[in-house]
Design a protein around this ligand. Structure first.
Ligand SMILES: Cc1cc2nc3c(=O)[nH]c(=O)nc-3n(C[C@H](O)[C@H](O)[C@H](O)COP(=O)(O)OP(=O)(O)OC[C@H]3O[C@@H](n4cnc5c(N)ncnc54)[C@H](O)[C@@H]3O)c2cc1C
Length: 348
């Protein structure tokens, strides 16, 4: 077809301009163009450079920082720079993860990328600026389990080791808001983030997370065009220190009033599950949401949706158990506060 179109074009050009055309030059150019296209297609198919759900893309380990005996940060750099900017594409509208393959036992596990890149020399991480995809680098906050397969294996790999990644997999999608403004996040680099007035009123959420489930909050709060409403965050962990440098970014978000932090550190004897009667007063009942309502400044969080992310027993305590792959009825703490399946989602 390409040839036919070029041929037709040549004949039209001949008729209109009535000038002799150097056919061999045109054919030579077309051949070169065709060869170029085939080469690009061959390259795309054989090297699988762009991250996709259809095949695995190769990344190398470019940074690892051990936070404590169980937790570490891991940065993966694609062998070929990525063209698409998933941070700009998804913003805070989608919670997303990727799959990393353990080739020896042929299993994959999902991990939630965070919009940070490492500065190995200074041993610190910085958030990616708007419009910058860091060449496609992916940063992860991972917990290793004693008997776990993939997180334990990943931690032992040396810098430069190649791993294979597939995705992205959106896990939860928020309703699209009609907004005119991108939410700023200059404060993440120590700057000032002026208050913004959006056209429509953003909605607030409650987020219940335990352990590495905190990555969901971190992705929403630090991504390009971050979550526009307020997040009431209940975070259960052994110690705040296990977040390493990510804890500082969470504190910055709290200082900006973007998140109301309720932290339960078991090493201090704080437990959401054991102190349920006290926690019940902190947890809101669901608020109604009027779509398209005009923007208004509110100090208090008015959650219209609750997300729950953590180990099975934690999810069961907060919102009732999942039934296999289905959500199961909303019970537990949220059930007693009037939440139900229309406004609660148990993340996997
Ligand atoms: C959408 C999604 C995003 C995720 N993002 C992240 C992330 O960013 N960071 C991260 O660290 N993990 C994340 N996970 C969890 C991750 O996919 C793996 O389940 C986890 O790393 C354990 O895998 P493993 O192969 O090391 O252990 P496995 O071989 O699967 O587990 C072996 C044993 O480890 C223990 N174990 C495993 N998982 C848990 C758990 N969650 N709680 C308590 N004990 C457990 C159990 O005793 C289990 O029998 C995510 C999961 C999903 C579904």
């Amino acid at each position: 077809m390409l040839w036919k179109r070029i041929y037709n074009f040549c004949s039209r050009a001949n008729v209109q301009r009535k000038r002799p055309v150097n056919v061999s030059l045109v054919l030579g150019g077309a051949t070169a163009l065709g060869a170029g296209c085939s080469l690009a297609e061959y390259y795309r198919r054989n090297y699988h450079a762009e991250l996709s759900q259809q095949y695995f893309t190769k990344y190398k380990i470019s940074y690892r920082k051990d936070i404590d005996i169980d937790h570490y940060l891991l940065e993966l750099t694609p062998l070929k720079q990525q063209r698409s900017n998933l941070w700009a594409l998804f913003g805070a509208r989608k919670l997303w993860a990727v799959e990393i393959k353990q080739p020896d036992i042929m299993v994959v596990r999902q991990y939630t990328p965070l919009p940070f890149v490492a500065d190995s020399e200074r041993d610190l991480i910085t958030p990616l600026r708007d419009g910058d995809n860091g060449g496609g680098k992916l940063m992860f906050y991972i917990k290793e389990y004693g008997s776990g397969e993939v997180a334990r294996w990943l931690r032992k790999l040396p810098k430069g080791h190649i791993v294979e990644v597939r995705g992205p997999y959106p896990e939860f999608e928020f309703p699209e808001l009609e907004t005119d403004l991108k939410r700023n996040r200059e404060f993440l680099w120590g700057g000032e983030s002026a208050p913004q007035r959006f056209r429509a009123r953003p909605f607030d959420i409650s987020l219940f997370t335990a352990g590495t489930g905190i990555v969901t909050a971190l992705q929403l709060l630090t991504t390009e065009d971050p979550f526009k409403g307020k997040i009431q965050l209940f975070y259960s962990c052994k110690s705040w220190r296990q977040l390493g440098p990510l804890g500082d970014f969470l504190h910055l978000c709290a200082k900006q009033g973007r998140v109301d932090l309720h932290i339960f550190e078991s090493e201090k004897g704080d437990s959401l599950r054991l102190g349920l009667s006290k926690v019940r007063d902190l947890v809101s009942s669901p608020f109604p949401y009027s779509e398209g309502a005009p923007f208004e400044e509110r100090l208090q969080v008015e959650p219209v949706l609750s997300l729950v992310c953590g180990p099975d027993d934690y999810v069961a305590c907060i919102a009732g158990p999942r039934h296999g792959l289905s959500q199961g009825p909303v019970m537990g703490l949220l059930g007693t506060k009037g939440w139900d399946n229309s406004n609660v989602y148990k993340l996997s």
